[in-house]
Design a protein around this ligand. Structure first.
Ligand code: AMP
Length: 426
């Protein structure tokens, strides 16, 4: 095969990280990002991620060899099905397979058929039945709206009063159409780790493990966000753990999806809770995570393009992944107020001098009259690598401190939970 023309769909930090990595591929002829952000400006085409028809037309016109989808929305809308119908090659799950993320009750049903360790659960369509059940299992417990709720449909209720109130909140439709069905789950205790895997439907290859920081404030306090930072690898992770997760969680998932006639091609992302009884699955995502991708791409040594290609060809078993030994850290700089109402259009100035160990990935940025401006909640992801976690943290924060972004909100403790006490006494 000759060189490839590649289209990335999306506009966040994840897409900038994927574009940054793909741009280094000797197999790349030309790259496009739809719609992209200020970090991907040289590749941008103004088509929204929801405009599946427009994306298909563009891919046909530009003779795109491979399309890569970042966010979950177009996947749940069936972008992969639409591209395939048009005879176009695309990396990602079909609409049917994307339900692993789009419907929490579907995901639980697959986990059950695949005998995957997960929290005990029940699904309800009636508030009173849900409340009766919660009174029998007691608090803490976890309540989840069934559909896509942009990461906001989960309430971890530490006491009975919150649990019962949350039933009404979810059922009253405060999460939109996502609230029609309610899942009540057993509360699991342990450390959370994300494991992303490439999958061609039959074979899965794990990427490096990542720990995310979902809460807005230091010390894991405050509201849930899309993610305030990540680091990789978490020291709690071991190769034995990885083997167990691949054998007991990933392989059975792929098998069940294949048996159903909906094989999973794309990135299978496992949200894991490492409990005393072993790893349990909290959730599936059906795409690269954001900001997990930033640290994963920083550590990936292997060319990304042939990996994606092999997934769409069904020959992933021929690929060998290589990773850097270095630890990577991504610190997200968000707009003031995020994750609630936040300011937009804030002018930003980035440091000029380069440092190959640190990449500033753009997320919610745009350019107006030559000026870099914030356009979203999460604005930048400063991603650094270092020989140790502490060194990577220092490099990332040294660049954060040089960025002129008035009233930026970020956490100073990204990666601290992975530091031994000797390295960073808390
Ligand atoms: P999910 O979208 O299902 O991953 O849930 C979002 C967050 O809620 C997770 O990252 C966990 O921190 C928390 N969570 C979800 N389910 C549980 C559970 N069964 N036990 C404890 N925490 C949970």
């Amino acid at each position: 095969m000759g060189k490839k023309r590649v289209l990335i769909v999306g506009s966040g930090g994840r897409e900038h990280a994927l574009a940054w990595k793909l741009a280094q591929s000797p197999e790349l002829e030309r790259l496009f990002v739809a719609p992209g952000n200020a970090g991907t400006v040289m590749w941008n085409v103004p088509i929204s991620v929801q405009d599946i028809h427009g994306l298909v037309e563009f891919a046909l016109k530009e003779k795109i060899d491979l399309t890569l989808v970042g966010p979950e929305d177009p996947l749940s809308l069936g972008i992969v099905d639409a591209f395939r119908e048009a005879g176009l090659r695309i990396f990602g799950p079909t609409q049917a397979a994307a339900q692993l993320e789009g419907s929490k009750s579907f995901a639980k049903t697959i986990m059950e058929s695949a005998k995957i360790p997960t929290a005990e659960w029940q699904v309800f369509e009636d508030s009173d039945q849900a409340k009766n059940f919660i009174e029998t299992i007691g608090a803490p417990c976890v309540l989840k709206a069934d559909g896509l709720a942009a990461g906001k449909g989960v309430i971890v209720a530490m006491d009975m009063e919150t649990a019962l109130q949350s039933v009404d909140e979810i059922m009253d439709g405060s999460f939109g159409s996502a609230g029609k069905k309610l899942l009540v789950e057993e509360f699991l205790e342990g450390q959370e780790v994300s494991l992303l895997c490439f999958s061609d439907g039959v074979t899965a290859l794990p990427m490096v493990p990542v720990q995310d920081h979902k809460r807005a404030l230091e010390g894991d306090l405050g509201l849930n966000t899309g993610g305030m930072g990540t680091y990789s690898p978490p020291p709690i992770w071991t190769s034995e753990l990885e083997a167990t997760v691949m054998r007991d969680l990933v392989t059975p998932t792929l098998q069940v999806m294949q048996e159903r006639g909906t094989p999973f091609v794309g990135v299978l992302f496992l949200g894991l809770m490492l409990t005393k009884q072993g790893p349990k699955l909290l959730e599936y995502n059906v795409r690269f995570g954001d900001p997990e991708t930033q640290v994963v791409m920083k550590r990936l040594r292997t060319d990304l393009l042939p990996i994606l290609w092999a997934c769409t060809e069904g020959c992933l078993s021929e690929i060998h992944l290589e990773w850097k030994e270095e630890v990577a850290v991504c610190v997200v700089m968000a707009a003031e107020g995020y994750p609630l109402a936040y300011s937009k259009g804030v002018p930003i100035r980035l440091p000029i001098e380069g440092n190959q160990d640190v990449v500033i990935f753009h997320a919610g940025t745009g350019i107006s009259e030559g000026q870099l401006l914030s356009t979203g909640g999460r604005v930048l992801g400063i991603t650094a690598e270092g020989q140790t976690l502490q060194m990577a943290r220092e490099k990332a924060y040294a660049v954060v401190d040089k960025i002129d972004f008035p009233k930026a909100h970020f956490r100073r403790d990204i990666g601290v939970k992975g530091l031994g006490e000797s390295e960073f006494p808390l």
